[in-house]
Design a protein around this ligand. Structure first.
Ligand SMILES: [Fe+2]
Ligand SMILES: [Fe+2]
Length: 448
């Protein structure tokens, strides 16, 4: 086997089947400053057509933010009250539904904070320190236990959902917006500040999501942490307002505020959290998952077992037979819906290390099947999934030493630039990027 050297290693791999939006997302992840400006201008024009709830008078932004925070608290209290009185979950019908949501928001969560990446270059200017501190906090100040992107990636890995599902183009839209804003801060500073103002106001869905994930035995740390860190009294929501005050221009403030509003409205492009939650259809997702497996499984079964005259291989031979196959499995008693899935022979073939089809289905695919079989059946209270405790040691010193050696060969003014490059896109979540984040914070005096 030939080892790839720096000169022979491919810089990118062309994946087939990616939508143009997904392709753009991956290009922006590798992007250099200025990348995606034209596309972002088009998105801003689309955002112009959307309404917004910003006060007409910018002097009212403080009360507006406090009012929003109060409304969220009030609605959440009402939600909890309802749940206590016996109301069912508002968002997630079952665990598969929650896993669907997490995977569909992953392209956005995987670049959490990216819209602020371009503020790093303003580190000598104290007016930007609030925004830079917000960005550094998104990056966990280089601590892998606190880096938001890593926390989300760890969550998906713990759930066995680290392999990206094929997702519609619209799921990449907000990630593209965030990356492009971070790469075009010089041209679009008011828009970046407006977007930040919108993104950092903690919404009600964050609180409900955290509550319901916990209920389903899924670690809610990522969502809970945003409830606290984005708070309106001293957190990112408050810093977002201060940033706006710091760069408020002496002249042309009307045009400036209009640009801030355009950036704010960018938050509403594409499907939001609630639309993604509403788009879940358990049976459709299950059939899509089985379809992904079909081409691999259609020649793998022996012809010994027949269902209503057809072998398993024949049932798997065509797309449109899959729902019929599930129906026949029910008629033959291999699947007993609305009961404990453990009673279904088909489930026994899939679940557990000794099962005949062990390892065929991913944890998400298994969860879809399990929840579809369970239907109305609910497990007894107390059957919860164990939460994993996460505490990750810093393990990036070797990478750091290599980067330090490179830094020492550079003139002082170029050193910060190299560190900033290592913190772009979501490279900051890699060992080298984590080290660079800590080094940047020390070098600029912007550490906690
Ligand atoms: Fe975050
Ligand atoms: Fe934040």
């Amino acid at each position: 086997m030939t080892a790839l050297t720096a000169s022979t290693a491919p810089t990118s791999i062309a994946f087939t089947g990616r939508s143009p939006m997904e392709q753009r997302y991956h290009t922006l992840l590798q992007g250099r400053p200025g990348e995606g400006l034209e596309w972002l201008q088009e998105q801003l024009q689309l955002a112009d057509a959307l309404p917004d709830d910003l006060p007409g008078d910018p002097a009212q932004l403080g009360p507006w933010s406090s009012y929003r925070a109060g409304e969220v608290a009030r609605c959440y209290a009402a939600y909890l009250e309802g749940r206590k009185a016996g109301a069912s979950r508002r968002y997630f019908s079952n665990r598969a539904h929650a896993l669907y949501f997490l995977q569909h928001v992953a392209p956005t969560k995987a670049v959490d904070g990216a819209w602020l990446a371009g503020t790093l270059r303003h580190w000598p200017d104290p007016r930007f320190h609030g925004l830079i501190r917000t960005y550094l906090e998104e990056l966990g100040d280089g601590d892998p236990a606190c880096n938001h992107v890593l926390i989300f990636q760890r969550l998906l890995s713990e759930l066995g959902c680290h392999e990206q599902l094929p997702l519609g183009a619209d799921r990449y839209l907000q990630g593209c917006v965030q990356l492009a804003l971070g790469l075009n801060t010089e041209a679009l500073l008011p828009e970046v500040i407006g977007y930040n103002l919108g993104y950092e106001q903690p919404p009600l869905h964050l609180l409900i999501t955290a509550f319901e994930l916990d209920e389903l035995g899924i670690d809610p740390q990522y969502f809970r942490l945003h409830v606290t860190i984005d708070n309106a009294s001293s957190g990112h929501a408050c810093k977002a307002l201060h940033a706006l005050q710091h760069v408020w221009p002496e002249h042309g403030s009307t045009a400036f505020y209009q640009r801030v509003s355009r950036g704010y409205r960018l938050n509403d492009l594409g499907p939001g959290a609630l639309a993604i939650i509403d788009s879940f259809d358990l049976e459709a997702e299950l059939l899509a998952a089985l379809e992904r497996k079909r081409s691999f499984g259609q020649h793998m079964h022996s012809d010994y077992c027949r269902f209503e005259g057809k072998t398993v291989n024949q049932w798997l031979a065509e797309t449109n037979l899959l729902s019929g196959f599930l129906a026949v499995l029910q008629r033959k008693g291999w699947i007993k819906r609305h009961q404990d899935p453990a009673h279904s022979r088909f489930w026994q073939l899939i679940d557990g290390p000794a099962a005949a089809m062990f390892g065929v289905f991913s944890p998400y695919e298994k969860q879809l099947l399990q929840d579809w079989i369970a239907g109305n059946w609910k497990p007894a209270a107390g059957q919860r999934h164990a939460l994993l405790v996460k505490a990750e040691p810093l393990h990036d010193e070797a990478q750091g030493q290599a980067l330090e050696a490179v830094l020492q060969t550079l003139p002082p003014e170029a050193r910060v630039d190299l560190l900033i490059e290592e913190m772009a896109g979501n490279r900051h979540a890699l060992p080298r990027g984590l080290w660079a984040t800590r080094r940047f914070a020390r070098m600029t005096g912007l550490n906690r």
